[in-house]
Design a binder for this molecule. Sequence first.
Ligand code: ZN
Length: 220
Amino acid sequence: MACDFARLGEQVIESAEAGAKVIHIDVMDGRFVPNISIGIPVVAALKPIAEQHDLILDVHLMIVEPERYLADFASAGADVLTVHAEASPHLHRTIQAIHDLDVAAGVALNPATPLSALEEVLPMLQLALIMSVNPGFGGQSYITSASSKISRLAKMIKDCGSQAVIQVDGGIKSHNVAEVAAAGASLLVSGSGVFTSATPVATKMNELNQALALGPSRLV
Ligand code: ZN
């Protein structure tokens, strides 16, 4: 979402060369969230680049009725499909449908949605996504209460024996990346923290990695 869309392929390659393992693709429909972003053809266009550079294509569906489009995104090359709990009333069935497509399944929670929305499906998931901004636009600030939510989710995952990885999305930059990781997240999405017009992607990625290596104590 934060890329220069006119140079999308180049920026994905720059990210891979700077050490990114996963490309997070924000799909917005103008209904579940106010904004409209990109869709199935863009995922398909990125797939060959992802394969060449050993990148996982992680597709975050901020759309109503996500179950209608799962097969299309899987065919386009998504390795992970994440749906919102708020957009999917039959979440158990939706996760099964993702697995039937041989794709890893994630469920996302908006900031106001309690963790209990995940409780019954957590053992089925490969990924649980905590939104640390209200979804819809890039460049927002991290909502600090997300850190407690991540810690509580980490405990829930441990208690139920789930293999789910905790992903966090929204406002992650070098000043808070270590705090988010220390809370229990292992997949950190950064958009405007990596892609800026002024600074090369590799420089921003290095800043994030250095902040991670220093740990949260640097904040004090
Ligand atoms: Zn996202």
